[in-house]
Every structure is written in structure tokens, then in C-alpha cells.
Ligand binder design. Structure first.
Ligand SMILES: Cc1cc2nc3c(=O)[nH]c(=O)nc-3n(C[C@H](O)[C@H](O)[C@H](O)COP(=O)(O)OP(=O)(O)OC[C@H]3O[C@@H](n4cnc5c(N)ncnc54)[C@H](O)[C@@H]3O)c2cc1C
Length: 390
């Protein structure tokens, strides 16, 4: 693995990528015209739509980087980037496949066995197999090395006991990656002795308890594992290597366009509301706000694309990925602030006015932007250490 500079070079967009982008846009326009989805803010978390996901699978837009021998499409991270960027910008419902497509596929290709790849990857590429992530616990979030979920070796496999929390989509997913302590904690080497397991969510001993959002929506869960048997074939990577594996997954998790574009549909609706508006001081001020949003989005996109390019090269990108997430999630919040300052719209989740509805959705989802996938403070620690400052 090669190391990268603070910001890797931005890769060139090829003609093939432009053609792919045009095809995705056409598909999205058709879907919208047919009323098959309504644009949403934070659609990679909130928009769970298995039918939409399957249609993406039929177009070959899931599992794009997975080799064809496992049902994928042999395409690059950059091509996948084009597809995900277009889907997110349109607010399309992509939550059902998000975790599976973004990080389970790459993780199985990096650490999984042939058996595991054959078992899960074709379903992921068809948009029929969904995954969740079981890292966080009630007493363990940023400091994941403190996880208390235990994996004890038994005949033919492992028995896992513990509680995971904030498990997005576990109530719909088929399986989840569980990080558990498989060897006793050695305080001098806290990151050792952790392992990752692929746990089917219909396994005996699993209880999925909903944690409702203030809005009443069911997105999160607490997942209790009580002596859940996981066969040896479903240990992900080598036992004891869990920490290294989880941190390599985080680069995929932190650097993508979803860390910039969660509120982009709101920016689009804001732009639409200004289209053709007669010139006035108020409209000019709104256009300035829109200009600031566009300038920030363009810069952050270059940074995120640069990381996608480096991932294609197999480079270590922990530091620039943390930069994307920190700056990108701040921007997602800034979009809301700019629109709220400008539009004089009363946020209302039930409104038929798109700007009112999307601004309400954005406000309700915003608190999570800088928490999920690593908090701002933790990311800044990663950045400072990566630059040799700590
Ligand atoms: C929308 C959403 C979806 C999520 N989905 C999932 C999921 O599917 N699976 C999953 O496993 N988890 C999920 N999470 C959980 C998420 O990963 C955790 O919330 C996150 O890692 C922070 O952990 P915590 O909530 O325990 O906060 P804590 O780690 O307790 O942090 C509390 C505060 O202390 C600060 N802090 C902590 N450590 C340090 C430090 N070393 N230096 C400086 N400040 C520090 C933090 O920045 C934060 O402000 C999700 C969270 C959200 C919001």
C-alpha cells in the first residue's frame, strides 16, 4: 500500500464517466417523471426503498467495483462515485443498499473468503441483500477499542454476546458486521484481540429493538446478541485483526459524496425557487447565498473525488478521508443555514411545498451529520496525528 499526500491528485473525468453520468441522470429523470420517488434530504439514511434498489441493480449500478466472478461489474471506484453522486444529488432513495454497496462489498473483497464472497456479493450487486454495521455500543462509540461484546470460541465457530446500538437499518437488513472482543483485554494493547464477524440477523439469539427518532421514524435499533452462534466460515478476516480491518473500512465510509451531499436536494429546491425570480435586493441576496453553496460544493467535491481516485490506486487515505468528512459535514449544515436565512420558508415536514418539506427534513437530520462515521473532534484528532502534530 502506498501513502498519499494530504490531498491526493484529482483524477480526470473520462468520456466513459460522462456517458455513465448521462445515463444515470436519464434514469433518475424517468423515475421522477413516473412518480417512483420523492427527493429526500439524507436519502442514504432515510430513503429505504428495495424496489428502487433492485432497479439500480438491474442497471448494473450496484456492486460496481466487485469483480464479475462474484456478480459485480468490474468497474472503478470513480465510476461508482459518478453513480452515487448523481443519486445523492437527486435525493433518490438509496438507503437499502447503502452499507452493503459502500463498505461490505469492498471489505469482503479485501478481507473475505471465497465462500463469504459467493454467499453475499451476488445478492448485494442485484440489490437484494442488505447489511448493517454493528460497531457502536451503549458505552462505546468514538472509542471503539472499548467494545464489550464478547466472542468466545466454541466447537465449529464462535458464540457472541453483547449489545450494539444505533444500528441503522438492522430491522430490514439480512446481516451485519459485528466488532467483538475475541481475546481478553490487554490494557497496554487495547486495539489487539478484536475480531469482525458476519452475523445473519435472523440467527437465533438476536433481538432487534427499535429506537424511534423524535419524528417517530424508525431508523436506529439496539441489537442484543445472546450467545449467537457464528460459524468459523463467517469470521471476517483473521481473528484478532478486527481493529485494522475496521479502520480500513472507515476510509470508504468517510470520504464519499454522502458526506457532502446529504442536504443537496434542499440546495436544489432553493435554486429552483429562485429560477426566473424578478431582480430585487432580496433575490440578489438569495443568489449570493446560492453562489456560496455552489462554490463550497465544487471545492469539497474535488477533495472527495481525489480520495476516490486514491482508493482506486489502493492508497492509504485515512487522513484525507477524515478531512472530507469533517469539512463535508460542516458544509451540509451550512446549506441549511444559508437556505433558512434566505428563503423565509416555514419548515414543515408535511408541506406540499418542496422547500418547506426539505428544510424540515434537513433540520431534523442535521444533528447526526457530524456524529455518524466519527465525530468532528475525533476526526480532527486523526488529522492532527496524520500531520504529525500530536
Ligand atoms: C445517523 C447516525 C447513524 C449511525 N449509524 C450507526 C450504525 O449503523 N452502526 C454503528 O455501529 N453506529 C452507528 N452510529 C453511531 C455513531 O458511530 C456514534 O454515534 C459515533 O461513533 C459517536 O459515538 P457516541 O455516540 O458513543 O459518542 P461518544 O464517543 O460518547 O462521544 C461523545 C462526545 O465526546 C467527544 N469525544 C469522544 N472521544 C473524544 C476524543 N478522543 N477527543 C475529543 N473528543 C472526544 C465526541 O466528539 C462527542 O462530541 C450512528 C450515528 C448516527 C448519528
Amino acid at each position: 500500500m502506498t501513502t498519499t499526500p494530504l490531498v491526493p491528485p484529482v483524477p480526470a473525468q473520462t468520456e466513459a464517466m460522462a456517458a455513465l453520468r448521462a445515463a444515470v441522470r436519464e434514469f433518475l429523470a424517468d423515475e421522477l417523471a413516473a412518480g417512483r420517488f420523492t427527493p429526500q434530504v439524507d436519502s442514504w439514511i432515510a430513503g429505504w426503498d428495495p424496489e428502487f434498489t433492485r432497479r439500480l441493480g438491474e442497471h448494473g449500478w450496484l456492486g460496481m467495483t466487485i469483480p464479475s466472478e462474484y456478480g459485480g461489474h468490474d468497474r472503478s471506484h470513480l465510476e461508482r462515485y459518478v453513480v452515487t453522486e448523481e443519486l445523492l444529488a437527486a435525493g433518490a432513495p438509496v438507503a437499502a443498499h447503502w452499507v452493503a454497496d459502500r463498505q461490505v462489498g469492498p471489505s469482503l473483497m479485501r478481507h473475505g473468503t471465497d465462500y463469504q464472497r459467493r454467499r453475499y456479493l451476488p445478492g448485494i450487486a442485484r440489490g437484494e441483500t442488505y447489511f448493517a454495521i454493528g460497531m457502536s455500543e451503549p458505552e462505546s462509540g468514538s472509542d471503539l477499542a472499548s467494545v464489550r461484546t464478547r466472542a468466545n470460541q466454541v466447537d465449529g465457530g464462535w458464540e457472541i454476546t453483547g449489545t450494539k446500538v444505533w444500528t441503522s437499518g438492522a430491522h430490514h437488513a439480512h446481516a451485519f458486521f459485528v466488532l467483538a472482543r475475541s481475546e481478553p483485554l490487554d490494557p497496554a494493547h487495547r486495539h489487539d484481540g478484536l475480531s469482525q464477524f458476519i452475523v445473519d440477523l435472523d440467527s437465533p439469539g438476536i433481538e432487534i429493538r427499535p429506537i424511534k427518532l423524535l419524528t417517530g421514524h424508525h431508523h436506529f435499533n439496539e441489537v442484543v446478541l445472546d450467545r449467537v452462534f457464528v460459524p468459523d466460515e463467517l469470521v471476517l478476516g483473521a481473528p484478532g485483526d478486527g481493529w485494522e480491518q475496521v479502520t480500513s473500512e472507515l476510509s470508504f465510509e468517510r470520504s464519499g459524496p454522502e458526506r457532502i451531499l446529504s442536504t443537496f436536494p434542499l440546495a436544489q429546491a432553493f435554486a429552483e425557487s429562485l429560477r426566473g425570480a424578478p431582480t430585487s435586493e432580496v433575490v440578489d441576496a438569495d443568489l449570493e447565498r446560492l453562489g456560496r453553496i455552489a462554490a463550497r460544493a465544487a471545492t469539497l467535491r474535488q477533495l472527495s473525488l481525489a480520495v476516490a481516485g486514491a482508493l482506486t490506486e489502493g492508497a492509504a487515505v485515512d487522513l484525507p478521508a477524515a478531512l472530507v468528512k469533517d469539512l463535508g459535514t460542516q458544509f451540509e449544515r451550512e446549506v441549511i443555514d444559508e437556505v433558512m436565512a434566505g428563503s423565509r420558508i416555514e419548515p414543515d415536514p408535511t408541506s406540499t411545498d418542496e422547500l418547506a418539506r426539505l428544510s424540515a427534513e434537513a433540520l431534523m437530520h442535521a444533528p447526526g451529520f457530524t456524529l455518524r462515521g466519527g465525530t468532528t473532534e475525533v476526526l480532527r484528532g486523526v488529522i492532527a496525528r496524520g500531520m504529525g502534530l500530536r
